[in-house]
Design a binder for this molecule. Sequence first.
Ligand code: FES
Length: 402
Amino acid sequence: MSHDEKKKYTTAELDAMSNEELARLGTELDGVTVAFRKERFPIPNDPAEKRAAVMVGIYLTLGVVLALAFILVYLFWPWEYKYLGQEGLWMYSLYTPMLGLTIGLSIIFLGIGMVNYVKRFIPQEISVQKRHDGPSDEVDRRTLVALLDDSWNTSMIGRRKVIKGLAATGAALAGLSIILPLGGMIKNPWKAGKLGVQGDGTLWTSGWTLHEEGVKLYLGRDTGNMAQEHHGHFTTQGISRLVRMRPGDLDAAGMETVFPLPEDMVNDGDLYNPNADVYEEHMHSIHGPRNAVMLIRLRSADAAKVIERKGQEDFHYGDYYAYSKICTHIGCPTSLYEAQENRILCPCHQSQFNVLEFCKPMFGPAARALPQLPITVDEEGYLIAAGNFIEPVGPAFWERKS
Ligand code: FES
């Protein structure tokens, strides 16, 4: 449509036109030719129209019911882990399939309902439009609104209150079904729970915080042991994932990742009991987000060059130093110990920390030293924590002072 053609219509002329006239004008001005158009139900209260409405209503109702079922399953189905042979395993194992089944069928039925609605109620139409360039002006905007209005009226959705309500409810519930599971991920980072081997849930605690409660914590080495088969079933009884370490277990210029191993969870050496099952607790310690510590044994010549941080002078035991493995940039495991240079490298963004100078950052985006864990050796010769970290482990958060 040319600019001149649109100019022929004044605001008064447009105001005087009916909605139908404006809709027709809109198609003409947009260069649209309606080659074919047929109303699905030109006669009001056609019995076929009612049958079609019932069918669409059934599909949408099923979609709504199944979306509600998904929410109920998500909230009330027994979801807590059950091991093989434990009571309730059958129900637990159906939790994920039930979530998938209800939300999947809900989306399918809502989709079928909407497709059926379009096929049975929206007028059949074949239109051809010429493309044109340039911005839309007043006449285009007015006629477009009129066209949309006309589509709404001819789609009969305004008349079909039940279908309209079911479609809106189904869409709202389907949306809720997608948003609802995200709620499980939202946690209050300041809410402290019971202090355990993973800390109390706040950002400034870890399993090592148990030391402040008088718990003796060994530096537990991860053996990687797995559940073993016994008379046809797998068991973790008598299997220790974490074991205590003595200084002699680590060579000079060596590094070992260790985790807090509380005294009452020890199952190795002279305390080994083949009937004890400490595996799960050990795994909790390994999975503690702030628990991993690098135990480093320096060469004696390097140890002589160490510059201690003020207030941490007695945190090491001989040539053994223990630093948090959680990068102070954004929390990756700083796993790479470069023994020749005595540097720790974080593989995420290449921060480097100087082991000979209290693991202070020397390159990369990390801005704080890796927290040092005070360590010593007990009367039996095992490496233990001599205290908790004196600063929070890992990246920055609002309350951090260091
Ligand atoms: S997380 Fe370590 S450098 Fe970014």
